[in-house]
Ligand binder design. Structure first.
Ligand SMILES: [Ca+2]
Ligand SMILES: [Ca+2]
Length: 216
């Protein structure tokens, strides 16, 4: 591809459009790499004209578009998850119910119908003022624990069988997570599940906000 210019950044995708000399447009996602907008630290423009690297690149009018691929999940229908796990059930919300604070010993699910593909990601912010035993998030298709679908974020207990790749909460306020969940599992899901497990003390809290599930 002989690239003449970056045509534009789409306003409706996390994509860049690259226009070739002959007028073809290529989404960056059509090229052999992918990225989330939040992953961009530097935008490097490469030009590869066949095998001889002699082409020229003209770059102008670079814009980065932003649109959320889905709206944040609204916590308007939370119910207990996994039977008797919840023993102390305290919930608090912001006004538009895109932020929820679970405290006590509290496992909740919110209906969310989503087919997870290999390209599915989940982004959200998490905060905990008092750490507990298990603080985690995941998707599930029913009310029965499926451990491999949960991402442990914090807590003293190693919830064996869950994903620990994001078990890195620093206890410094809100922390942002971008999880490529489709690289861990796929399939039809019916719930997003939030876990604030603290059997011994019933004192921990897990706060989640701006959860979006999307394909890219
Ligand atoms: Ca428990
Ligand atoms: Ca399940």
């Amino acid at each position: 591809m002989h690239v003449r210019d970056i045509a534009s950044a789409s306003t409706d995708h996390y994509d860049l459009l690259v226009r070739s000399e002959d007028g073809h447009e290529y989404r960056v996602n059509d090229l052999p790499f992918r990225f989330a907008i939040s992953d961009i630290k530097h935008l490097n423009i490469f030009n590869n004209s066949g095998n001889n690297y002699t082409g020229q690149v003209l770059v102008d009018n670079v814009k980065v578009g932003h649109r959320q691929l889905s709206l944040p999940i609204i916590f308007d229908d939370l119910s207990n998850y996994a039977g008797s796990q919840t023993t102390l059930d305290n919930l608090a919300f912001n006004v538009d119910q895109t932020e929820v604070k679970l405290s006590g010993n509290n496992w909740k699910k919110q209906p969310l119908t989503y087919t997870v593909t290999a390209d599915t990601w989940m982004s959200f912010e998490f905060k905990s003022d008092i750490l507990g035993e298990i603080q985690a998030i995941g998707l599930d298709d029913d009310d029965v624990q499926t451990l491999s679908r949960f991402f442990t974020l914090a807590g003293s207990q190693d919830w064996s069988g869950t994903v620990f790749d994001f078990d890195n909460y620093t206890q410094e306020g809100w922390q942002t997570y971008h999880i490529p969940i489709g690289q861990y599992y796929t399939g039809n899901m019916n719930y997003i599940v939030l876990v604030n497990d603290d059997d011994a003390n019933e004192a921990s809290d897990s706060q989640f906000r701006n959860i979006v599930v999307y394909d890219k």
